[in-house]
Design a protein. Structure first.
Ligand code: F6R
Length: 607
């Protein structure tokens, strides 16, 4: 979603702002802008890409050493130049950039209009600048605190004042803000990738806090003006992790990283001889896990699909009833969370607004809530009682790929650990641990066939509709394959449990609607074969993901992609790889912007 950068220090600010905005492009946006302080306030902004903005800034010859920048993903008002951030008060004294939604902006706007303020944009953000100016009496931080006490909703803010050169104020309520600490320079951002090239020393703002940032000092206060101390934390990930490293897209790089990222997710956690798993982040809550009577997984999008796989794994291995809920639905239900229910919130970014709200709702009902997150230091990681990190490294491509396989790896390990404490014997445990350890190599073998998948993509790229079918633990993979295709190639695709096809979708089958089947050799293989025949009998084209050695399947399919054999419960880690590649190649061949698909945002920090 929107991205924020702010800088004050000894360097020329414009290249820092532009570089940071480019590094945050992956989050998804439709306009961009910067404000620079240099005696006066100078603003350049426009609809479209950061590249356009860069040219405008060059033409306008902006210079200065303090500034803020923004990539906007439109919520209130179209993605126009006028609505792009930064926004100012009508006296051009205050400039700010904002992530989130000001829910009471309409009422505030009416009040401020009565007291003489004029508004130019359709955004919810502009009122905040006016409100700060309204309260300003010489103390910038106090004006910000007073203004924000009246604001309802969510915000990450970076704010400049003409009267306070060399100062940036950052504020947070429900939308992440991180401060980067340099030598004679400091940064504020919504995402540390914005300044990773300059510093790895960071502090995170909590809700209701502001940071008053100058080149040599950062002060933290609450809205009630209590002063806060914070400890510096170190970002550990590598700069290479946020660069393409020779790949044409981040998505392809991340698909190809999966042998490594899946291995990283299990690293140090497998107890090979005992046939079980240990998670450092869950050690203190083992008793709660062992006593759990029911497991609830919460997530959105791809993370929700991972939860669906987790549901099968948890019931199969641990015998514990499990359910999965869309976080966005759960937050508005009156959930019956009886004692003994434990909740896992699954999120790559750790910032998804719906998942955060669902966590708070589950906690309000007294349930222990654990996180399965990728981003260390994220809001979800900090708001959950304990949890497991994916260790998949930064995921930059908007379409989630490596996070999904790491989520499944972690869910498998979790189900195995809970299963070993309940009903899985040591020898079966050892077998499963051994199978899991072989997964990275097996993913590499599938990746080695990617040219074949590229060719298959070529055969299908003109189709406008697709059906993805799978059963059991591969039904969620069918959903995930369909989601990937929709997201990046804009082809309509639906995922279904294979047997459901005859209850409706079968009416759609013809030559123009290819069906992708997941037919790995497992307990439901024969059933899926029957479903394939039902499609073929109606003239449908069939692409099958099958297990190596299954030559027979070629007689039932137009195209076959093989995956190595593994334990049926681990097949999602393999079957999803060809589906990721298929969507990637189709999107590339259709000329789509794979890493920044239209309308999508990497981390959805609004409702
Ligand atoms: C799909 C995708 C989204 C996310 C969803 C949840 O490729 O990226 O569907 O999975 O927005 O995001 P996280 O996992 O960050 O909570």
């Amino acid at each position: 979603m929107c991205g924020i950068i702010g800088y004050t220090g000894h360097r020329t600010v414009v290249p820092i702002l532009i570089g940071a905005l480019k590094r945050m492009e992956y989050r998804g946006y439709d306009s961009a802008g910067v404000a620079v302080l240099n005696g006066a306030l100078r603003i350049e902004k426009d609809a479209g890409k950061v590249q356009n903005l860069e040219q405008k800034i060059r033409d306008a010859q902006l210079s200065g050493q303090t500034g803020i920048g923004h990539t906007r993903w439109a919520t209130h008002g179209a993605p126009t130049q006028l609505n792009a951030h930064p926004h100012t008060d009508d006296e051009f004294q205050i400039a700010l950039v904002h992530n989130g939604i000001i829910e009471n902006y309409s009422a505030l706007r009416q009040e401020l209009t009565k007291s003489g303020h004029e508004f130019k944009t359709e955004t919810d953000t502009e009122v905040v600048a006016a409100l700060i100016q309204e309260f300003y009496q010489g103390d910038f931080a106090h004006a910000v605190q007073k203004a924000l006490k009246l604001v309802k909703g969510t915000y990450g803010l970076a704010i400049l004042s003409v009267n306070h050169p060399g100062m940036v104020i950052a504020a947070r309520m429900g939308s992440p803000m991180v401060i980067g600490h340099g030598d004679g320079e400091n940064f504020v951002a919504s995402d540390p990738t914005a300044f990773l090239h300059f510093t790895r020393d960071v502090t995170y703002l909590e809700d209701g806090e502001i940071a008053v940032v100058t080149s040599d000092k950062v002060e933290y206060r609450t809205l009630a003006d209590e002063h806060i101390d914070k400890k510096l934390e170190q970002l550990t990930f590598d700069i290479a992790a946020i660069e393409k490293g020779g790949f044409s897209h981040f998505m392809l790089k991340e698909i190809c990283e999966q042998p490594q990222t899946v291995a990283d997710s299990m690293r140090g956690r497998l107890l090979i001889d005992e046939g079980t798993v240990k998670f450092g982040g869950m050690a203190a809550v083992m008793e709660t896990l062992n006593q759990a009577k029911r497991v609830l997984f919460l997530g959105c999008g791809t993370s929700w699909h991972a939860g669906l796989v987790g549901e099968y794994l948890m019931e199969e291995l641990a015998g514990v009833p499990a359910e999965v809920e869309y976080a966005s639905e759960f937050r508005y239900r009156s959930p019956a969370l009886e004692p003994g229910t434990i909740v896992f919130a699954i999120s790559q970014s750790g910032e998804t607004a719906d998942t955060l709200a669902a966590i708070r709702e589950a906690k309000r009902h007294g349930a222990p809530v654990f996180g399965i997150c990728n981003v260390v230091g994220s809001s979800i990681a900090r708001e959950t009682n304990a949890g497991v990190f994916l260790h998949a490294g930064p995921e930059i491509g908007v379409a989630s790929t490596k996070a999904f396989t790491s989520q499944i790896t972690v869910l498998f390990m979790l189900a195995l650990q809970m299963g070993r404490a309940r009903r899985v014997g040591a020898s079966r445990g050892r077998e499963l641990v051994q199978e899991l350890r072989e997964i990275p190599n097996k993913i590499s073998r599938i990746l080695a066939t990617r040219e074949k998948i590229e060719t298959i993509a070529h055969h299908y790229k003109q189709c406008r509709n697709f059906l993805y079918l799978g059963r059991g633990v591969n039904f969620p993979v069918a959903l995930e394959g369909a989601l990937k295709l929709k997201e990046i190639s804009y082809i309509h695709a639906e995922g279904y449990p294979a047997a459901e096809m005859k209850h409706g979708p079968i009416a759609l089958i013809d030559r123009d609607m290819p069906v992708v089947f997941i037919a790995s050799k497992d307990g439901v293989y024969e059933k899926v074969l029957s479903n394939i025949e039902e499609v073929r009998a109606r003239g449908g084209r069939v692409l099958v993901i099958a297990t190596e050695g299954d030559q027979e399947i070629a007689n039932h399919a137009d195209e076959v992609v093989y995956i190595p054999s593994t334990d049926p419960l681990l097949t999602p880690l393999l079957t999803v790889i060809p589906l990721q590649l298929l969507s990637y190649y189709m999107a590339v061949q259709r000329g789509c912007d794979v890493d920044q698909p239209r309308n999508l945002a990497k981390s959805v920090t609004v409702e």
